[in-house]
Design a protein around this ligand. Structure first.
Ligand SMILES: Cc1cc2nc3c(=O)[nH]c(=O)nc-3n(C[C@H](O)[C@H](O)[C@H](O)COP(=O)(O)OP(=O)(O)OC[C@H]3O[C@@H](n4cnc5c(N)ncnc54)[C@H](O)[C@@H]3O)c2cc1C
Length: 435
């Protein structure tokens, strides 16, 4: 008897949403699964502030797509999405070039029966002059590595100036955006400053760091309860971070940040972590309907409103659920839940059945202030409203989001082994990555 041909599912983007999805889809014999990502390895994005501050060695936590694909039975293709030809059901990837600019191979076409876009997003510069040219970002691993290198060099410069007698030499760092990234990086940098003096920079004075966290809105972390935000703000101030809310940045120079009230701040390092939008290339990929922020507009089923065979999940999608006014927030837990939803949705689409709507369950928000504190609020089915938590319980809940990701990506057995290895590594390796 002739075998039914397999449905080819192409997933573009192996991040918080895409990587777990391909592993689970590949278990189904009816599908041929191909993952396309512009990078060769995956590092979970919520860890990037730790990578930037030197608190985490990304080599320990990264996943190589090639090996992962062999282990779980899907194919991996390295390439950056350049176009989607919807009529021919084909995606085209841009030519792949090496670090010297030499072309490894030219444009490449991959046909699909079902396409899943999981390409994430980037920070929103709101068109403010100088941001893209002069600020640093934490959108992917290379940027986190670059921040760390610049941080270490800046520390060495300040140390050298102090040793030459300039005892007041400081390292001003400006972080723009009072969401989780900005808040967590501020605390992580204070922790790194304290650790640096015991790692080679014996004379380094942690007080040389001058960290300013700038937020345009009236408070940090708009997704969290006011009580929790109050605690976070106080904790940051207690550890020496200058928190400025209601402060609008109007221009960013190489070494200075200008504010709407006419003031400015000197800054050796400027990190931009405000807002989430689609990448600048997204409008050129296809004629799919996009939101004002260049995210793919999807129905509650997570199918593009333009094309039923194309799904978009995670930070790259604009999904307004029935009864809601605002789109689902660009967060790791939403990305993971959307990926899980697609396992059911793709099966139904394949069988010609009606697709269910995605239901987002907000499980709460947690913020880690490095070793200083973890605070947040949890939501559960059994609880009415939000429950504020802090301390060890909050730390455990915070870490569990990453643990879930590891188990999703590697399966239970390998995932547990990976977590145990990670624990051992944390004990045996230095507290800071100084290279
Ligand atoms: C520092 C930091 C801290 C965070 N902390 C938290 C937190 O505590 N809790 C929380 O819920 N969320 C947090 N987030 C947000 C969370 O990381 C994102 O919501 C989540 O990663 C989105 O998942 P995604 O799969 O949509 O995109 P991503 O995880 O960004 O993955 C996108 C993938 O697509 C690939 N890609 C992009 N463009 C292309 C292209 N053109 N062609 C091919 N491949 C492409 C990328 O290489 C990447 O692998 C944090 C984010 C940052 C930056």
């Amino acid at each position: 008897m002739a075998q039914t041909p397999k449905k080819r599912i192409v997933v573009v983007g192996g991040g918080a949403a895409g990587l777990g999805l391909v592993r689970k889809l590949a278990k189904n014999d009816r599908y041929e699964v191909i993952l396309v990502d512009r990078n060769r390895t995956h590092v979970w994005k919520p860890l990037l502030h730790e990578v930037a501050a030197g608190a985490l060695d990304p080599n320990q936590d990264e996943v190589g797509y090639g090996g992962h694909a062999v282990r779980w039975g899907y194919r991996f293709f390295q390439g950056a999405l350049a176009r989607i030809d919807r009529d021919r059901q084909v995606i085209v990837t841009a030519p792949l070039v090496d670090e010297d600019g030499e072309v490894i191979f030219e444009e490449h076409e991959i046909a699909y029966d079902i396409l899943v876009l999981a390409i994430g997003g980037v920070s929103d510069d709101f068109g403010i002059p100088g941001v893209r040219d002069n600020a640093l970002f934490l959108e992917h691993r290379a940027q986190a590595d670059r921040f760390r290198q610049k941080l270490l060099n800046a520390c060495l410069r300040v140390n050298a100036r102090r040793e030459k007698g300039e005892v007041d030499a400081t390292l001003p760092i400006c972080i723009v955006g009072g969401g989780a990234t900005g808040v967590e990086l501020s605390a992580e940098l204070v922790n790194s400053a304290r650790a640096l003096s015991s790692y080679g920079l014996e004379g380094f004075d942690p007080d040389a760091f001058r960290i300013t966290l700038i937020e345009a809105g009236p408070r940090l972390l708009p997704a969290l309860d006011e009580k929790v935000v109050g605690k976070v703000t106080q904790e940051l101030r207690d550890i020496g971070v200058d928190v400025r809310v209601n402060t609008m940045v109007t221009q960013v120079d190489k070494d200075r940040v200008h504010m709407k009230d006419g003031t400015d701040l000197p800054a050796t390092l400027i990190l931009w972590a405000a807002g989430v939008r689609g990448e600048s290339g997204v409008p050129g990929y296809s004629d799919l309907e996009l939101s004002r922020l260049d995210r793919v507009v999807v129905r509650p089923t997570l199918q593009s409103v333009t094309d039923d065979r194309i799904f978009a999940i995670g930070d790259c999608c604009h999904c307004v659920l029935p009864g809601q006014e605002r789109p689902v927030a660009p967060r790791a837990q939403a990305a993971q839940q959307m990926a899980d939803h697609l396992l059911v949705a793709i099966d139904k689409l394949d069988k010609g059945q009606t697709l269910p709507d995605f239901e987002y369950k907000d499980r709460g928000s947690l913020v880690s202030l490095s070793h200083f504190a973890t605070v947040g609020s949890l939501m559960g089915n059994l609880m009415s409203g939000k429950l504020s938590i802090e301390g060890r319980v909050a730390r455990l809940a915070y870490i569990s989001l990453y643990r879930i990701h590891i188990l999703t990506v590697h399966g239970w057995l390998r995932g547990m082994a990976q977590l145990i290895a990670g624990r051992i590594n944390r004990v045996v390796r230095p507290r800071l990555k100084l290279h």
